[in-house]
Design a protein around this ligand. Sequence first.
Ligand SMILES: [Zn+2]
Length: 180
Amino acid sequence: MLKNIRIKALQDNYIWILQDRHKKCIIIDPGDAKKVINIIIKKKLVPKIILITHYHKDHIQGIKKLLIQYSNKKIYGPQFINKKYFFVTPCFSFTKLYLLKHIFIVLHTPGHTNHDISYFISPFLFCGDILFSGGCGKVLTGKYKDMFNSISLINFLPNNTKICSGHEYTLKNLLFSKKY
Ligand SMILES: [Zn+2]
């Protein structure tokens, strides 16, 4: 099984690093390169892959620096034409990615934007800004119907699934629920 490391970054973001026993690693939504590089150095990791859930700045702005520091990394992300400064291999729903000898299933989970994707590798789901502890993500450029369908899709995953979100919103979400 891959070891899952959670990094707190920016104001309330989470960056996730999956590490195998040979110290190779996958970085998910690196919004802050410095935080990631510190962990890589501390744990002597070898970054191999970057996964992107959606193209909001706070999830991708560390990529440029990471590519300068560690070349030859492959990047996977949603199919979306954007002015990006890096090449992304587009992922479609239910694509299986074979990464570090593990199978990742890509789920199309739009709603926060029109192009969000999530990555499932049992027991972890990396779902960016779709689902948080205590609430779902904000519908920004996505559609409410899509958000509902995405949450329904996530609901089909096994009960032991660990939701690895893109932000820490637990307290805010619970206070909101209490208020309304
Ligand atoms: Zn976002």
